[in-house]
Design a protein around this ligand. Structure first.
Ligand SMILES: [Cu+2]
Length: 510
């Protein structure tokens, strides 16, 4: 179910007209070589210094020029590279006329103070400082950063206030793969208006143009037999990608920054909003092959996506020896084998009455309220139900989890993840280890279809020391034990904004 107000209906029409007029633009342009993201990397002491300047300005998107909200003047945001034990020292230079902030998606880092604190805001034309310290045992892999400004996250993320992160070290357990080429493939989609702007919100039921690193159908080069590691990072606000390469085998090495525990081969990967898949691709015999995203829908009341060509894989040159994994996969604990400390149930549901709201256990996101209190050290089982006629995309900050059941059927363990979709009228069972003391604090879980998150499908959670548990539960209606970190609440109160409203702070007409 997509919320469609009269303004949105107008925008939808504009988008559809623009889409129809654009025709098949890709065939008029030669396929460009895949762009490499501009990159910030770490110094000898392990600190990555990065300035992300957010502004509304003209940028190239695909083959055309638009106006959008972007970082550092580019629709394709910079890659932030870090490593376990490293620090990301980031200046969020907000040159927009609206509030924003940053979330470091998937990372097991502190949610407090200048860390991954989504309750902090950076005001228009102010600078926000982030100092995100990764523990030495942080899982290497693909992550991302994005605006988590409640009520405006869909609009800002789809415009461009989002980008990729790589934590180095994924190949360390596999010295036999040393030196293989890695490609960062940032997946997004956009819609355009007749006024030459990127549509300010993605209308989920209307067609969109899907890009890799901001490009329409780039060419990715490989040699026959060559092994490459491709990091697919879905930073789209609402869009699912189901990616295949002409039936080629894709060997999944990592999901959501978690290396798999055993060999996982597939001929397609379903990459939901916020998900990351790092896959080994082997160069096929010389020739060109389409990298496609398949058609799909998100349920009877959900959205329809047509199939699209995303890129061209061009295999050429001398055959080279294929590198394969021979080392054992790094182990991870199978949490289905242990006794859990607590079981909870959550219903992710679209409200049946207008205006459409998106609810967890019957309520919209309530500012300054904590819904769930967890004792540090516990492993919990969460049963997520979806009575809606469309799927929802569960994500929790700060921790990874194990999916143990889908629609009541057991899932064989192959590693952790940080997002999963709950099928329409179905269910998912998870086990979540709340063990790492770095996660102490207050954070959120929500649907990562950002239209739904902005619509209220989000709750706050606090992880506290066992000795603080009783007091923390009493403080739940007052914002919990870490209420003083909640700048979002005070900002919205001071501006007189209805904390339950889901419209963006500054309404936009395009
Ligand atoms: Cu949802």
């Amino acid at each position: 179910m997509t919320r469609v107000s009269s303004v949105r209906r107008f925008a939808l029409c504009v988008s559809l007209v623009a889409f129809a007029m654009s025709g098949c633009t890709t065939s008029q342009f030669p396929s460009p070589p895949l762009r490499q993201n501009p990159e910030f990397t770490y110094d000898a002491s392990g600190v990555t210094h990065a300035t992300l300047s957010a502004a509304e300005q003209p940028v190239n998107v695909g083959n055309e020029r638009y106006v959008s909200l972007v970082f550092n003047g580019d629709y394709d945001s910079p890659l932030i590279r870090t490593r376990p034990g490293g620090t990301m020292a980031i200046r969020l230079d907000n040159r927009m006329d609206e509030v924003t902030n940053l979330h470091f998606h998937g990372m097991t880092v502190s949610p407090l103070d200048q860390g991954d604190n989504i309750f902090r805001m950076t005001q228009p034309h102010q600078v926000g400082e982030y100092n995100v310290k990764l523990p030495p045992d942080h899982s290497p892999g693909a992550y991302w950063y994005h605006s988590h400004f409640h009520g405006g996250s869909q609009r800002q993320v789809s415009a461009g206030i989002a980008g990729p992160i790589l934590v180095d070290g994924m190949l360390d357990p596999f010295p036999e793969l040393k030196g293989i080429k890695e490609q960062v493939l940032v997946l997004r989609n956009f819609q355009k208006t007749l006024t030459g702007k990127v549509a300010s919100e993605i209308i989920t039921s209307a067609p969109s143009i899907r890009t890799i690193n901001g490009q329409e159908v780039p060419t990715i080069d490989i040699k026959p037999g060559e092994t490459q590691l491709w990091h697919f990072i879905n930073i789209a606000a609402n869009q699912y990608f189901r990616i295949s390469i002409n039936g080629q085998t894709l060997q999944v090495l990592s999901r959501d920054g978690n290396t798999v525990t055993r060999r996982v081969d597939t001929d397609q990967v379903l990459i939901g909003p916020s998900a990351r898949f790092s896959v080994l691709v082997v160069g096929p015999p010389a020739g060109t092959y389409d990298v496609e995203t398949g058609s799909g829908n998100t349920g009877p009341a959900g959205d329809q996506y047509p199939m699209a060509k995303l890129a061209i894989l061009r295999s050429s040159g001398q055959q080279v020896a294929t590198k394969q994994i021979t080392s054992p996969y790094p182990p991870a604990e199978d949490l289905s084998k242990i006794a859990v400390n607590k079981t909870r149930q959550f219903a992710f549901q679209d409200s049946a009455t207008a205006p459409t709201a998106f609810l967890i256990n019957g309520t919209r996101f309530e500012l300054d309220r904590v819904n769930t209190t967890v004792k540090l050290g516990d492993v919990e089982e969460w049963r997520l139900f979806n009575p809606s006629q469309e799927l929802h995309q569960f994500h929790i900050h700060q921790v990874d989890f194990q999916v143990t059941e889908i629609n009541g059927k057991p899932v064989e363990f192959s590693g952790y993840r940080d997002n999963v979709f709950i099928p329409a009228t179905g269910s998912i069972t998870l086990r979540i280890p709340f063990r790492d003391p770095i996660i102490l604090g207050k954070f959120v879980y929500h649907c990562h279809i950002l239209e739904h998150e902005d619509g209220g499908m989000m709750q706050a959670i606090q992880v506290v020391k066992p000795e603080d548990y009783e007091q923390a539960v009493k403080l739940e209606p007052l914002g919990g034990l870490y209420g003083e970190n909640n700048q979002l609440c005070s900002y919205l109160r001071n501006t007189g904004r209805d904390p339950k409203a889901s419209s963006p702070l500054i309404p936009r007409t395009n």
